[in-house]
Design a protein around this ligand. Structure first.
Ligand code: AMP
Length: 417
C-alpha cells in the first residue's frame, strides 16, 4: 500500500525530504523564494509532529563540480527564517552521517548541493556519447549512483519527495533513493500531492471546452506537448516567438523576428493535425513589432505575416489579443504555458497580460485554470493575477510531461508505474 503523508507519524523520525530549493540568487540574495515557501507545509507538518528534517536539494547546474556560487549554504538563513528554527548545514552531502545521526526531534539539517556529485544526475562526465568507452562509463556511473543514493538514504528513517520541479528526472535523490525505503516509509510531500491532483483535475475529468495556450520562444522545444495536446484539447492558442515560424511557413515576411527555419514543416504539420483532430487553432494575425530587442525600441503594429525588414514581432497585436481573449472566454479547462511576447519588457507584455486577464475572467466564471512553467508563472505574478487562477504549478518540464501523460520517475518511484 502506498503511504500517505497525512497518515504517517513523524514523531521521533528523521525525515529525509527532497525539496526543490533551486531558487534564483543574485549577488548572494534570493530574488524569488516561491520554492522555499512551497515546501513549508510539508516541512512544518513534520516538525510539528516532533520529527526532524534532513533537507536535500540541487541548485543550478554545477555538473558534478563544487561551484561555490551554487552552494546551498547561501540559503541557510532564508530557510531558517521561513521555518522559524535554526537550520544546520552539512557541507558535504555524501558525508553527513554524523550530522544526521546527531539530529534531535524538531531539528533541521540542510545538505549541500546534491549536484556537486555527478552521481546525483547519473550521467558520466568528461566523456562524449560517441566515445566507444561511453557505455562502460555509463554502467559504472549507474552503479555509483546507486551507492550515492544508498548513502543519502542511510541518513533518514523515511523519505518524502516534495520536489515536483525535478520529478521528471530519474536522479539519485528523486527516484533511485526510493528503492532503499520500504513502501511504508516513502511518500509524496504535500506540494507534490497538490501538483498531482492539479494535473488529475485537468486530465482526469476534463470539463469542456478545454483550451491550451502555448507560448514562449520556440516551437521546437514544445512540439512534443503541442502534438499531444492536439489529441486532448478543443482549442489551442499558439503564441509568442513561434508565431513567426508559422507565418514564415506560409511564405510570410517576418523581418528579423525569431524563427526556426528548419521547423517550417513542423509548423505545417501542427496545423494539419489540428484540422484532422477538429481542434480550433488560433495564431496571432498581428504583432507589436520593435526595431530593436529592447524595452525602449520603437513600436509598430504589423500583420504577423508582413513585418518589414529591420523590425521584429515582440508581442501579440491588438487584433490577436481580442481573438485570444474570445477563444478563452467560456472555456472550462485552461492550461497556460509560455508567454505571448517578450513579457519581461513592460512595453511588450500587453499580449501576455490580455491572456492572463482572460484566464482570470474565465476562472471567475467557473473554469479550472492551470498555469505552469516559469515564464507564465512570472507573468501571472507580474500582472497580479496569481490569486485569480486555479492552480500555479511549480513545475515546468515536469508539468508538461505529466500533462503529456508520461509517468514521472519521481512519482513512479513512490507510487509505482
Ligand atoms: P520558453 O523558454 O520557450 O518558454 O520561452 C520564454 C521566452 O520566450 C520568454 O523569455 C520571452 O521573452 C520569449 N519570447 C516570447 N515571445 C517572443 C518573441 N516574439 N520574440 C522573442 N522572444 C520571445
Amino acid at each position: 500500500m502506498q503511504q500517505k503523508i497525512s497518515n504517517y507519524n513523524f514523531a521521533g523520525k528523521k525525515a529525509l525530504v527532497r525539496v526543490d530549493f533551486n531558487v534564483p540568487i543574485q549577488d548572494g540574495k534570493i530574488t524569488d523564494d516561491t520554492r522555499i515557501r512551497g515546501a513549508l507545509p510539508t516541512l512544518k507538518l513534520i516538525l510539528g509532529q516532533g520529527g526532524s528534517l534532513i533537507l536535500m536539494s540541487h541548485m543550478g547546474k554545477p555538473k558534478g563540480k563544487k561551484k561555490p556560487e551554487l552552494s546551498l549554504s547561501q540559503i541557510v538563513d532564508a530557510v531558517s527564517a521561513a521555518l522559524g528554527t535554526p537550520v544546520k548545514f552539512a557541507p558535504d552531502c555524501a558525508d553527513a552521517s554524523e550530522a544526521a545521526a546527531a539530529l534531535k526531534p524538531g531539528e533541521v539539517l540542510l545538505l549541500e548541493n546534491l549536484r556537486y556529485y555527478p552521481e546525483e544526475e547519473g550521467k558520466p562526465v568528461g566523456i562524449d556519447k560517441e566515445d566507444p568507452a561511453y557505455d562502460e562509463a555509463k554502467k559504472a556511473m549507474k552503479a555509483s549512483q546507486k551507492e550515492f543514493a544508498k548513502k543519502l538514504a542511510s541518513y533518514g528513517d523515511c523519505y518524502v519527495n516534495d520536489a515536483f520541479g525535478t520529478a521528471h528526472r530519474k536522479h539519485a535523490s528523486t527516484a533511485v533513493i526510493a528503492d532503499y525505503f520500504d513502501a511504508e516509509n516513502k511518500m509524496l510531500g504535500l506540494l507534490m500531492e497538490k501538483e498531482v491532483n492539479a494535473v488529475d483535475a485537468v486530465l482526469g475529468n476534463i470539463k469542456r471546452p478545454f483550451i491550451a495556450i502555448m507560448g514562449g520562444s520556440k516551437v521546437s522545444s514544445k512540439i512534443g506537448i503541442i502534438e499531444n495536446l492536439l489529441g486532448k484539447v478543443d482549442k489551442l492558442i499558439l503564441c509568442g516567438g513561434m508565431t513567426y515560424t508559422f507565418a514564415k511557413a506560409h511564405g510570410g515576411e517576418i523581418g528579423k523576428s525569431i524563427v526556426e527555419l528548419d521547423k517550417l514543416d513542423v509548423a505545417l504539420g501542427v496545423e494539419e493535425l489540428a484540422k484532422k483532430n477538429g481542434v480550433e487553432l488560433f495564431l496571432a494575425p498581428d504583432a507589436v513589432c520593435g526595431d530593436d530587442f529592447s524595452n525602449d525600441a520603437n513600436q509598430k503594429i504589423c500583420p504577423a505575416n508582413n513585418i518589414p525588414d529591420g523590425w521584429e514581432g515582440m508581442d501579440a497585436g491588438p487584433e490577436a489579443r481580442k481573438i485570444f481573449a474570445n477563444a478563452i472566454k467560456g472555456c472550462k479547462t485552461i492550461l497556460w504555458n509560455g508567454p505571448a511576447g517578450v513579457f519581461e519588457f513592460d512595453n511588450f507584455c500587453g499580449g501576455s497580460r490580455a491572456i492572463g486577464e482572460a484566464i482570470a475572467e474565465a476562472t471567475a466564471e467557473g473554469a479550472f485554470s492551470l498555469i505552469g512553467g516559469g515564464d507564465s508563472v512570472a507573468c501571472v505574478n507580474k500582472f497580479g493575477l496569481a490569486d485569480k487562477v486555479s492552480y500555479i504549478s511549480t513545475g515546468g518540464g515536469a508539468l508538461l510531461e505529466a500533462i503529456e501523460g508520461k509517468t514521472l520517475p519521481g512519482i513512479a518511484a513512490i507510487c509505482g508505474e
